[in-house]
Design a protein around this ligand. Sequence first.
Ligand code: FPP
Length: 241
Amino acid sequence: MPPAIPRHIAIIMDGNGRWAEARGMRRIKGHEAGAESVRAIAEECARLGVEQLTLYAFSEENWRRPRLETEFLMRLLKRFISAERETLIRNQMRFSAIGRLDRLPANVRRELDKTVRMTADNPKTNLCLALSYGGRAEIADAARRIAQAVKQGRLKPDDIDEATVAAHLYQPQMPEPDLVIRTAGEMRLSNFLLWQVSYAEFHVTDTLWPDFRAEHLHAAIEDFNRRVRRFGGLVARPAAG
Ligand code: FPP
C-alpha cells in the first residue's frame, strides 16, 4: 500500500550554522545552502500532494542574533521570495506567511504580499513561512483579539471555547500539522505552532537542514506511517485468536 501522505507537514529547519562551520565557512553560507533545501522540499511536497508545508524560517527569538546575521537572513528571504515566485506558480503552489510580520523590513513585506496575491488561487501545497514567529506570541495575539471582540460586544466570555481560540490564530483555516520534522538532532519544539501541534507526530533527524532532501522527507513520511495515532482515545486491538 502506498504510504499515507500527511495533510500538513511542519518543519523546524535547524543546523545551517553547524553545516557551514563543519566546512570552515561562515554561518551565512549555511543559510544560503538551507534556502536550496527549502526549494527542493517545497517542490517535493507539491509533487506528493501535501496540502500545507509550514517552515520555521525565522523565530521571534532569532531577532536576538547578531545584526549582521539577521540582516543577511532578511536579504536572503527577500531574494528567495522574489526569485522563487515563478517556481511556486509553475508548481501551482500557494504562498503564505505567519508571525509578527509587521516587524519585518518593508521591502520583505512587499515581496511577501505580492507573492501571496499572485498565488492565492493556486490549488496545490500552501507553502507557509513562519517569520518573526513565536507560538506563545501567536496565542497572546489571539487572546488580545478575543478580548477586543468581547469589549466591542461581538462575543460573550461564556461563549469562548477552543474553537474561538483556533479561529483567532494567524491562519485559522490551516489544517493542524500531522507531522512535525526537526533537523539537526535537537528534541525541542522551540516555541513552534504550540497550539496547533497538540496531536502531531514528531520525527527528529540528525541530518542538518542544508543536507535535507526528498529522500529524508520520504523517510520521515515512512516513520509517520508506522505511528498509531490515537488522539487521546483507544485503538481497537485485533481480537485475540
Ligand atoms: C537554523 O539554523 C535556521 C535558521 C535560524 C533560519 C532558517 C533559514 C533558512 C533555512 C534559510 C532561508 C530560508 C528561506 C525561507 C529562504 P541555525 O543557524 O540555528 O543552525 P545551528 O543551530 O547549526 O547554528
